[in-house]
Write a protein of this length. Sequence first.
Length: 319
Amino acid sequence: MAWRENLLEKVGALVTAILLVLYVQSQLHPIIERVYEVPIELVNVPVNYEVSVLTGSRLKITVRGVKEHVESVSADRIRATIDLKEVPLGETQVPVRIQYPPEWNEHLTLFPERQRVRVRIEQRLARQMLLKVVLSGTPGVREVLAEAIPEPMSVRVTGVASLIRHIRAVQVNFDLTGLQGDLEVETTPVAVDEQGVPVLNVQVNPSTVRLRVRLIPQPTSKTVPVSPRLGDLPPFPYRVVWFSVEPVSVQLRGSPARLAEINVIETQPISLKNMTQDAQLRVPLRVPTGVQVMGAREVRVQVRIERETPPSQTKEESP
């Protein structure tokens, strides 16, 4: 048959023509790939809980297709979402849903770098904590004491439960080096753990506080006697015949003006209401406002109690 003549040449020509067409098409309309990175969106996040995407908050998506179609792709039309509606607390893997215009299916293929992501869901907690002021350095003025008062005195710390439980204090740090006088500054409070290491990824509200720093003349000291204050006396016919206090005096520390007003320091009231014999008591001191006691804040009081002899009995025993 005529068609069988030069069959190999004909097949070779056909293959060559097909390859030539494919080559021309690849040059005119090449197949390319382009990688886009999009944020992972969280859907149905439970109230008062925080979600962390442990595998990263962004997802790489490869788009494959004819060059002119791939180049027309806009990353903001691609969405990567994870639905947390029925996801349990703790760490788990959740499937990723890729969304894009439906007409892309005719010319493009999208491949996410992973089909599932690992997430952790934790409860959010809030604590109101007093501010701790940490002073360091030495002022430029000698013989002064530094006092620092924050405003407000407390802040609200919010974050996931695992971090909030590690917080031991919220502190503001201030370096006194070279300070010549009173000062007011804005400073940032920092949440720290037991070792003083900052706890990150928590929110402190307010984020800044005002710190009032004062340099106060260093107080002087004064020694004053201790006066036991007897309250209720022993029941009749017992009476106190002698008492003593140890130590007999204590040293007070405070401003010169305040110390000038104090000449004695009393103990707290001592009740002997039910006592019928000698006793040794540990009694706290009544420390006046504006001063400090240097040393122990209590004294030892010895009390001697005797039974009073009626006068009639004394006459009968006389010769």
